[in-house]
Structures are given as C-alpha cells and as structure tokens.
Design a protein around this ligand. Structure first.
Ligand code: CP3
Length: 356
C-alpha cells in the first residue's frame, strides 16, 4: 500500500481519514462507453473479452482514462465461477447470461465439485497480474465474486428470472439440495477470491444481487450464513496490507445490522436506503459504500450534482464512506454525466473531511 499514489479508497474502507470521499462506479467498464463497445467488437463477444487478459486489462483501464476514479475493478463477471464448475456459460443476444447445463436434477447437483481455480480460472488471475502492472500503483484494484445464493439463482434457473420460481421451490421443498449447492459454491468462491488476492487485488467485493428477493428467515439461512463463511475464509492480509472486503446485498436495507456483523469491512447500500440512517445503524463498525440511484445519471449535470450533494450531506462529516451508485451504471448512460458525478463527489466532499 505504501507505493500507492492514491489510497483514499482503501483508507475509507478502513474508516481512516481521507482528504475527500473516494468514488468508483459499479459496472464502470461497460457498454455505456463507446471505447468498451469497440474493444468488445474486436474481441467478438463479451466472453471473448472476459477470457482474454489483454482485452480484460484494456477495458478495466478505459473508465480510468476518462474519469479520475479512485479505484479500478477487475473486468470479469460473477458467472465465471459456475462456468468453471462446468455449467457452460453463454450469452444469447439481447437475453443476458445463460447456462447450457443448469442444475435441474439431483444427480447433477450431487456431481457438483469445487473447480481447480488455478487452472479453470487462470485467465482471471492472469488478468489481475496484468492489470496491476498496467495500473502501476495509481489506484487500487478491486476483485469480486458473486455470493453463493446469487450464483445459485443463475445455476438453477439457467439464466435471469423474474420470480426465481425454480430455486425457491427447491429452497422450500429440498433445502438439503440447495444447501449442498451453496456449500460447494461457497468453497469455490473462497478459493477464487483468495486466488485473486494472491494475484494482486487489493480489496474484494461480494455481489449478493438477489439476496434481497428472499424472505427474512431464508435470507439468514441461504444467503447470509454463506457470506459469513466466505468472509471467515478470506486472506486478510497480502503484501503487508489489509485486503478489505465489501458485502453488497441488493435489497438488504432491512438487514443491515446482520450484514455488518459478519466480519466484512464495508457494506454496500442500494439507493432505497438513506445512507445517513444506515450510518447511524452500522457506521460505527463498518464503512458504507453507495448509494446514488443509477437513474439519477439520466438527469442533467446540475441535478446530478444536487443529488450527489444530498448523499454526501446525508452521510455527513468524517471518513468511512466510499461513494458509488446503488447498483450498476445503465448501458444507456451518457459518459459525460458520469464525469459530472465523479467531479461533484470530489468537489463537494472536501467540506466533510478535516484537512490533515
Ligand atoms: O463493475 C465492473 O465494471 C466490473 C465488471 C462486472 C461485470 N459484471 C461485467 C459485465 C461485474 C462486477 C459484474 C457482476 C455481475 N454480473 C453481477 C452482479 C452485479 C449486479 O449487476 O447486480 C451479475 C448479476 C452479473 C450477471 C450478468 N452478467 C448479467 C445479468 C449480465 C447481462 C447484463 C445486461 O445488461 O445484459 C452480464 C454481462 C455483463 N457483465 C456485461 C458487463 C459489462 C455486459 C455484457 C456485454 O458487453 O454484452
């Protein structure tokens, strides 16, 4: 960490003083950037991009060349893990991600094993090493994974779903089978994140995109318990620095105390929570990341600046806030509006930090 030129993101995650509030954006490397679409065209497909470390490095750096962001995030996808487990990930044009071999029967579920991440996901760790070299100590690199429950949603449904009928039916009818899937997946996620840390990521984030679709009791048993296991299994220090962890359950606002208690360093918030109220609840024990409504970016820059000002004011004075959207940036966003967001955060946040 000593060699990092900008460590505000890592400091904020550990609730240490910073001169301003650091900012990065979920899905910052993606289809709203014309240069991303150009590289994707050269690669032939999304998976062609993600599985080639040269392309993955190129697109990881694209948003940083445009905006003074305080962190880079590895370009990859959460579904690389089930792909490595043999489910066969593919993208049908306009339909999002799909699996050739979703988990539909007990025999397939019982055959599931933890993949050897060193070989099956070597393209990810190679990308991490290459991105770290390319970043050359400018800003830290974030690694990530899906949560076991969120990965299981795609593994069982076979793709996206409006009501998660298959996985929830299994949850109520055959909880033993779902626990088996979650157990193997949690072991895989631990191995995968630790391999990313070994290769050089300086913080990790777990995306629990669909945990918020569960009932309160089911969330505890089928999502949070596995998140806790993952946090307990992570390498806490690498190269003499702490590797902070961020847990983001979309729709998890009702359960913030429980999420903050699993041992993570920071909790991601979607835009439905008031960040000041969240700070009053859990801000003494963890940092908070978020939480501007991504659709704010469709408004004009003056309105974006006003909304950024509201999130900063709601969090209030002091460290422990990493500015972000409450979910990924939409592909239809104007990149100039992202520039307005980043500038507003940097500009307006000085007032909430004591000069050191
Ligand atoms: O944040 C970043 O810039 C890092 C890259 C990243 C991607 N996906 C790239 C991507 C990350 C962190 C993800 C996580 C991810 N992937 C999640 C969890 C976060 C969330 O958004 O809730 C989920 C649920 C997925 C699964 C997934 N991958 C979906 C649903 C899609 C289709 C999205 C769509 O709008 O069609 C993907 C594909 C994907 N992953 C794209 C990108 C940039 C778009 C693919 C393309 O270029 O065609």
């Amino acid at each position: 960490m000593a060699s990092l030129k900008n460590d505000t993101f890592l400091r904020a995650l550990q609730r240490q003083p910073t001169p301003y509030t650091p900012v990065w954006i979920m899905r910052q490397a993606g289809r709203y950037l014309p240069e991303y679409n150009a590289t994707r065209k050269r690669a032939g497909s999304f998976l062609g991009l993600a599985k080639n470390p040269n392309y993955a490095t190129e697109v990881t750096l694209q948003p940083l060349a445009r905006f003074p962001l305080d962190a880079a995030i590895l370009f990859s996808d959460i579904l690389t893990v089930p792909d490595a487990m043999g489910l066969g990930l593919y993208f049908a044009e306009g339909e999002g991600p799909k699996f050739e071999r979703p988990l539909r029967d007990e025999a397939a579920i019982k055959k599931l094993t933890v993949p050897d991440v060193g070989t099956t996901l070597r393209y990810v760790t190679d990308a991490v090493s290459q991105i770290r070299r390319a970043l050359d100590g400018t800003v830290p690199l974030i690694g990530f994974s899906g949560s076991p429950y969120t990965l299981a949603c795609y593994m069982i449904e076979g793709g996206g779903s409006a009501d998660f009928r298959r996985i929830k039916t299994m949850l109520y009818e055959r909880p033993d089978l779902l626990h088996h899937i979650l157990d193997i997946t949690a072991q895989s996620v631990i191995a995968y994140l630790n391999a990313q840390i070994q290769a050089g990521v300086q913080a990790v984030m777990i995306f629990d995109t669909w945990g918020g679709s569960l009932s309160a009791a089911a969330y505890q048993e089928f999502s949070l318990a596995y998140l806790k296991r993952i946090i307990a299994g992570l390498t806490r220090e690498h190269d003499g620095s702490r590797v902070p962890s961020i847990v983001f359950t979309k729709g998890g606002g009702l359960w913030l105390e429980d999420i903050a208690a699993i041992g993570c360093d920071a909790v991601g918030l979607d835009w439905t929570c008031d960040i000041g109220a969240a700070r009053a609840r859990i801000g003494a024990t963890v940092a908070l990341q978020g939480n501007l409504d991504p659709i704010t970016l469709f408004a004009q820059p003056a309105a974006i600046r006003a909304q950024v000002g509201q999130v900063l004011a709601s969090y209030g004075h002091g460290s422990g806030h990493v500015f972000n959207l409450g979910h990924g940036v939409s592909q239809f966003t104007n990149p100039d509006h992202v520039a307005a967001l980043v500038d507003a955060v940097h500009d307006l946040s000085h007032a909430y930090h004591t000069p050191t």
